[in-house]
Design a protein around this ligand. Structure first.
Ligand SMILES: [Zn+2]
Length: 262
């Protein structure tokens, strides 16, 4: 079995659930639930585009659609403003021009809410069609939204201590190389910057009660599901000195929110 990335051993790891031809295993020491054998990246990314018809329709309409034409635009923006309001309250910087990055920016609602606050938004999103309507409406950000893995973007386009704020909402569970990605996030964060994540809680009641039926278990997309304590260990190992836990933005399948500082 693959080592638990928190405990760096497979000594406490046991078979957990078999689904979609994949094995989830669980480390009994830190509670991490993880996919044992990671598929190659191409297969994983295919899962993100959704079913064929949906993906085809999206590709067809994305080039002409505008950001505000999303059917759920109002509710999407309301949720995004709540998250950005929370994030703004965590900030201690005195900077006037806020440099902001949303990892896994999806359709760009958080970037839209950040734009309303006059922050300078950057985003990373693996499925390019998702961001097309946002970029049709805000073409000035075409060079600040990237469609690839965060670490690839970081190496090519970003520099150290670049961002005041970084968010990753429901995205850490998708990372293949969690330690590398977190270390990269740490390096592009300014010394007084702040990171806000929402991630599924492998220790939540639903996870215990529903076991293999837990909604957060999707082995092609959710590769590592952390407990609060396990995530703290890994985050401190890459150099964050402050780790706080908050209530989730939305309950969904049992989430928690963390705020990290250097
Ligand atoms: Zn562990």
């Amino acid at each position: 079995m693959r080592d638990c990335i928190v405990c760096q051993t497979a000594e406490h790891t046991k078979q957990y659930c078999h689904m979609d031809q994949q094995d989830y295993v669980r480390c009994d020491q830190c509670g991490l639930i993880y996919v044992d054998q990671l598929l190659d990246t191409k297969k994983l990314y295919k899962a993100y585009s959704g079913d064929l018809i949906k993906s085809y329709r999206r590709k067809l309409f994305a080039p002409i659609r505008k950001f505000h034409q999303y059917r759920n635009f109002t509710s999407g923006m309301m949720r995004a403003r709540r998250i950005i309001d929370f994030t703004a309250k965590q900030m201690t910087t005195s900077a006037v021009d806020i440099e902001y990055m949303d990892i896994g920016c999806n359709r760009g609602f958080l970037l839209g809410a950040a734009y309303e606050r006059c922050w300078n938004p950057y985003g990373v999103e693996l499925v390019p069609e998702l961001m097309a309507p946002f970029l049709n409406t805000f073409p000035q950000y075409r060079t600040q939204v990237f469609s690839e893995r965060f670490e690839d973007t970081r190496k090519k386009y970003l520099h150290d201590e670049m961002f005041d704020v970084i968010t990753g909402i429901d995205v850490v569970e998708h990372f293949e190389a969690v330690v590398e990605d977190l270390a990269g996030i740490h390096s592009v964060l300014k010394p007084d910057g702040v990171v806000v994540f929402q991630i599924p809680d492998a220790d939540c009641q639903q996870a215990h009660d529903r076991k293999c039926e837990w909604g957060a278990l999707k082995p092609l997309e959710h590769l590592h599901l952390f407990t609060k304590g396990g995530f703290e260990k890994i985050v401190r190992r890459v150099g964050f000195s402050s780790y706080e836990v908050f209530r989730e933005f939305e309950k969904a399948d049992g989430n928690f929110v963390t705020v990290l500082r250097k």
